[in-house]
Design a protein around this ligand. Structure first.
Ligand code: N01
Length: 486
C-alpha cells in the first residue's frame, strides 16, 4: 500500500474458510479496515454446521489446508471434521482475526448507493463499505425432501447438516435417506452402534475405495522439523489432483475418468459378496457423473447384519417409520435426512440491490451467473468466492478460493490506486463467457446420464467445465477489458 492509495473499507460476509482467507490476505496487502460479518456465534462455515458422525473431508488434509498455513499435525490422510474446525480456529488465533469478526450478525441486505455498499444485519447493525467480499459458502442451505407425512414422524428427524447430538443412537432403529457423500460417511460411522440401520437409496452411487491411514508421530515430527517437506507434499498433491482429476474430469472419455470407472467397478465387484445386493448397488450411469464418493469401507458397512439397503421407492413417512412402495413400513426411532443442499442459493436469501436499483434476484433470473464466478454486472465492488459456476468437485475448495482471491486483489488494486472507483464485469463479456461455458459443460462427464446437484434447471452443469489449468491461468491476472470501470 502506498501513501497515495485510496483507503478502502471492506465488509466480508462469512467467517468460514473463504472469509478467513479474505481477511488474512487483505491485511497482508495492507488493507486493514476489514469487518467480517458472521451469522453464527462461531467461525467455521461448513465445518461448524456439519457435525454428523463420520464427517471428514474427502480431499487429503495436506491439500485441504491454506498454502500459507500448512499443518504438520493432521491426524489422518483424510482428517475428521472436528479437526478441520479446530484448524480454522487455530488460524483465527494465529492471525488475530477475532477482533475483525462481528458474530451473530446475519447480513440481510446490501444496497449500492452513492458509490458504497450499505449493509444491514438482522440484529439491526448498519455499515457502509467500499468493497464487499461474499464468502457465504456453496452447500449451505439444507434441501429437505418433499415426502408425504414427513412432519408426522414420531421419532427424531433431522437433516445431516443439523445433527441433533442429544438423540441417542445406540441400539436404536435408524433410517438414512440419501446415498451421497454425507450418507456414506454416516453409514460407516454409526452401523456399529445402532440396533438396525435402513439406508434408503433412490439412486446407487459409484464408490471409490480409498484407505484413510493415520499419520504416526515420527511422520508428524518430521513435518514439524522440515516445513519444506510439508510444502513439497502440498504442492505434489495439488499437482496430482489437477492432473489426475480436475483437468481430466471435464473430458468424459479421458484415461483418468476411465481409470476411476474401473477402480469403482473393482470395488463393487470385489467387495460386495451377495450378487443380489451387488446389483442393487450398481449404478447405471458412469463413474464421476455424480460427485464421486470416496470411502474406505462403505460396502463393508452396508453388508453388516444389522444394515439394510432399501431400494423400494419411499411413498410416505408415517409416525412409525418410512413406508415404501412394496407396502413395507420400515419402523424407525430416528430418521436422518442426508438429502443434500440447495446448491444455487449462494448469498441468498440476502436482499442485494446493485447499480440502478437492479436486484440480485432479477440479475439471477432464471439462474445465477457471474463472470469467472467472481463478479456480476451492475454489482460493482462485490466479489464472490466460490460463486456460481466455479470449480467444485473432488478437489480443494481452499485452493480454488486462494486462486480467486489473488485475482480479486488485483481488481481491488484498481480501486485502491484510484484507477477507478467502481468495477464490475461487463454484461456482454459475461454473456460470451456463459455461452462458452455452457457449450463446454455439455461435453463433460457430469452429463453422461445422471441427476446431481451440479446440474441446473436445464440439466446443464452449473460448474467450471474447463481444465483446472485454465482456471489457474484465468486467475493469474484479470483481463481488465472484461470489466466496466467508472
Ligand atoms: O448430498 P447429495 P450430500 N427421496 O446431494 C437423495 C459435499 N460433501 O450431503 O441421487 C430419496 O450428494 C439423493 O438421491 P438421488 C460434496 O460436494 C463433501 O451427500 O438424487 N432420496 C442423494 O442420494 C457432496 O457432493 C464431503 O436420487 C433423496 C442424496 O439424497 C455434497 O456435499 C462430505 C430425496 C443427496 O446427496 C453433497 O453431499 C459430505 C428424496 N426425496 C459432503 N432427496 C467431503 O468429504 C434427495 N435424495 C468433502
Amino acid at each position: 500500500m502506498t501513501e497515495h492509495d485510496r483507503p478502502l473499507r471492506f465488509a466480508v460476509v462469512g467467517a468460514g474458510m473463504a472469509g478467513l482467507l479474505s481477511a488474512i490476505k487483505l491485511r497482508e496487502a495492507g488493507c486493514t479496515d476489514v469487518t467480517i460479518y458472521e451469522k453464527a456465534d462461531r467461525i467455521g462455515g461448513t465445518w461448524r454446521e456439519n457435525t454428523y458422525p463420520g464427517l471428514s473431508c474427502d480431499v487429503p488434509s495436506h491439500l485441504y489446508s491454506y498454502s500459507f498455513e500448512l499443518n504438520p499435525d493432521w491426524s489422518h490422510q483424510f482428517s475428521p471434521g472436528a479437526e478441520i474446525q479446530a484448524y480454522f480456529e487455530h488460524v483465527v488465533e494465529k492471525y488475530d482475526l477475532a477482533p475483525l469478526i462481528r458474530f451473530s450478525e446475519d447480513v440481510t441486505s446490501l444496497a449500492w448507493a452513492d458509490g458504497r455498499w450499505h449493509l444491514d444485519t438482522a440484529a439491526g447493525h448498519h455499515d457502509e463499505a467500499d468493497v464487499v467480499i461474499a464468502a457465504t459458502g456453496v452447500l449451505r442451505v439444507p434441501r429437505y425432501p418433499d415426502i408425504e407425512g414427513i412432519d408426522t414422524f414420531a421419532g427424531a428427524c433431522f437433516h445431516s447438516a443439523r445433527w441433533d447430538h442429544a438423540v441417542p443412537l445406540a441400539g436404536r432403529r435408524v433410517g438414512i435417506i440419501g446415498t451421497g457423500s454425507t450418507a456414506v460417511q454416516i453409514v460407516s460411522a454409526i452401523v456399529g452402534e445402532v440396533g438396525h440401520l435402513d439406508l434408503f437409496q433412490r439412486t446407487p452411487q459409484w464408490v471409490l475405495q480409498q484407505p484413510n491411514p493415520a499419520y504416526d508421530e515420527p511422520t508428524r515430527a518430521d513435518y514439524r522439523a522440515h516445513p519444506e517437506k510439508l510444502e513439497a507434499l502440498h504442492k505434489g498433491l495439488s499437482q496430482l489432483f489437477a492432473e489426475g482429476f480436475a483437468n481430466a474430469i471435464v473430458d468424459a472419455d479421458s484415461p483418468q475418468v476411465q481409470g476411476i470407472q474401473a477402480a469403482c467397478l473393482a470395488n463393487l465387484e470385489n467387495n460386495v459378496k451377495d450378487p443380489e445386493l451387488r446389483e442393487r448397488l450398481r449404478p447405471t450411469y458412469r463413474a464421476a457423473c455424480k460427485r464421486l464418493i470416496v470411502s474406505p469401507d462403505f460396502y463393508e458397512a452396508i453388508q453388516q447384519p444389522n444394515a439394510s439397503l432399501v431400494t423400494d421407492p419411499i411413498v410416505a413417512v408415517e409416525p412409525g417409520g418410512v413406508r415404501t412402495a412394496d407396502g413395507t413400513l420400515h419402523e424407525l426411532d430416528v430418521l436422518v435426512l442426508a438429502t443434500g443442499f440447495r446448491a444455487d442459493a449462494f448469498m441468498r436469501p440476502m436482499q442485494i440491490i446493485g447499480r440502478g436499483g437492479v436486484t440480485l434476484e432479477t440479475a439471477w433470473t432464471p439462474r445465477p451467473e457471474a463472470y469467472l464466478s467472481i463478479s456480476i454486472p451492475d454489482f460493482p465492488n462485490l466479489f464472490m468466492l466460490n460463486g456460481p459456476n466455479g470449480p467444485v468437485g473432488n478437489f480443494s475448495l481452499i485452493e480454488v478460493a486462494e486462486l480467486q482471491f489473488g485475482y480479486i486483489l488485483q481488481l481491488v488494486d484498481q480501486l485502491r490506486s484510484g484507477a477507478c472507483r467502481e468495477i464490475s464485469a461487463r454484461a456482454d463479456v459475461l454473456a460470451v463467457f456463459e455461452a462458452e461455458r455452457e457449450e463446454a459443460a455439455r461435453h463433460t462427464v457430469w452429463v453422461t446420464g445422471c441427476q446431481s446437484w451440479y446440474l441446473d434447471d436445464r440439466g446443464i452443469p452449473a460448474v467450471w467445465p474447463f481444465t483446472f489449468d485454465r482456471f489457474r491461468a484465468e486467475m493469474a491476472a484479470p483481463d481488465l477489458d472484461a470489466y466496466e470501470r467508472a
